[in-house]
Write a protein of this length. Structure first.
Ligand code: LLP
Length: 430
């Protein structure tokens, strides 16, 4: 099929969601068909897009020793996880819940890393019982707890220390994690001592070094600044007889939401391996924990216009998705592309696209030129990452359904929540 009109250049970054004859498709499935059949709000993912994103990592890696552990907090739908497990991914988890998801899709525990600043004892136990590759530990208190838990189970936990290298990832402050004012990691200056303590704990086996400096990085130079600091520490550790087997650089590669240039995994890896060689640390295996860059542009959120409201200062399109479905605009002032499934000819107006939730922060897109009528369905783009995983039930709104498109087919991979689901577990007093 041919496009009825030229594809807007911004769409070039989203090749799996394209117009054909003036209808937006996901792969070979017209999205208006899905909206009609399954209702909105609806998350739609493209299997081919997931595979293509994985391929950018796989081809960048080539024969180099890199373990990709998908940062599943970006999108933890079982169908998405299964796809990555089939492709050979490991997983970066941050909770006992995420561990359960990974195991549910048959993930290889030997490729699971357990990150996060607040692991509880039961989560450590579950991960040790599963036999995970290791724990990224963020404080001395956590080292102690992990050692106790492991010892109690007659095991030794493999650990990396997550250090905070104090570099500025130059991204939104809420998703910047490598500065000393952030809660994450052990300050790099205190790391050597923390390794010394870890070495004395009987339930631990030191295996690596970890950092994660932030998310949605569109400039990769902050990784390089962090890397040099990490390699200095690796040298110091060698000096005290602690020899590591891997280096984990976390996630964080950005994607194109609007006009950003998406940094390539290859550019990152080429530099990292060149530096590892140059500094005599070529034996280190590399671990990466990408989330957003594997799923962000593999999903859209469909929503239907309920009302048009023409106010004195603004025109509002009130839609059936809200901040409880896609929190990123409200929380980070994030910009998501917005496309009508069937663009209308005619004059456009500037709209704020807002949800029904009783908060002024409940907006999804602002000041967009659109030709709209009530009942039109819109696609919010780049919603594959941190969309559904951050969804909630504010205003007693059921969470959306999720669908995976595969060529000309689709699969409902999560049912829409029902109102009964929402009331389950609650009770009144006798
Ligand atoms: N590893 C660790 C330890 C992390 O904390 C994160 C993300 C990742 C990996 C994956 O990072 P990614 O490749 O996706 O950038 N909700 C925010 C993003 C929060 C990221 C939290 N940590 C957003 O919607 O922009």
């Amino acid at each position: 099929m041919t496009a009825a009109f030229p594809v807007p250049p911004e769409l070039a970054g989203h090749p799996f969601f394209q117009y054909r004859n003036n209808v937006l498709y996901a792969e070979d499935v017209p999205l208006d068909h899905l909206a009609e059949k399954l209702g909105t709000p609806l998350y739609v993912y493209s299997r081919a897009a997931l595979k293509a994103a994985w391929e950018t990592y796989r081809s960048a890696i080539g024969q180099r020793p890199v373990q990709v552990c998908y940062g599943m907090k970006a999108n933890s739908n079982l169908a998405v996880l299964k796809e990555f497990a089939r492709l050979g991914a490991g997983f970066d988890i941050v909770s006992g819940g995420e561990l359960k998801r990974a195991l549910a899709v048959g993930a290889d525990p030997a490729r699971i890393v357990f990150s996060g600043v607040g692991k509880q004892a039961w989560e450590m136990r579950a991960a040790l019982a599963a036999g995970v590759m290791g724990f990224n530990v963020e404080s001395e208190a956590e080292l102690q707890r992990l050692s106790d838990v492991a010892q109690d189970m007659g095991l030794r936990a493999r650990v990396s220390l997550r250090v905070n290298p104090d570099v500025d990832a130059q991204t939104h402050p809420y998703i910047s994690t490598g500065l000393k004012e952030n809660k994450f990691g052990i300050p790099i200056g205190a790391a050597l001592d923390a390794y010394r303590s870890a070495r004395l704990l009987p339930g631990l086996e030191i295996t690596g070094l970890d950092c994660h400096i932030g998310s949605q990085l569109t400039d990769i130079s902050p990784y390089f600044d962090a890397l040099e600091k990490l390699l200095d520490l690796v040298d110091d550790l060698d000096g005290i007889g602690i020899r590591l087997s891997h280096l984990d650089l976390g996630g964080g590669l950005g994607i194109r939401y609007r006009d950003e240039v998406q940094p390539s995994p290859k550019a990152l890896l080429d530099h990292v391996f060149q530096r590892l060689q140059a500094r005599g640390q070529g034996h280190l295996q590399l671990v990466l924990e990408p989330g957003r860059s594997l799923v962000g542009n593999a999903g859209v959120l469909l929503t239907t216009v309920q009302y048009l409201k023409h106010g004195e200062a603004r025109n509002f399109a009130i839609v059936d998705a809200a901040m409880n479905d896609l929190l990123r605009p409200a929380l980070y002032d994030a910009w998501h592309g917005l496309r009508p499934l069937r663009p209308r000819a005619g004059d456009t107006l500037e709209y704020d696209v807002v949800g029904p939730v009783c908060e002024s922060a409940d907006w999804l897109a602002r000041q967009r030129a659109l030709a709209l009528e009530q009942g039109d369905v819109l696609a919010l783009e780049s919603a594959g990452a941190y969309g559904m995983t951050m969804a909630g039930n504010y205003n007693t709104r059921p969470r959306a359904a999720e669908v995976m498109v595969d060529g000309g087919h689709y699969h409902v991979v999560r049912q829409r929540e029902t109102l009964d689901d929402l009331l389950r577990g609650e009770s009144t007093l006798p």
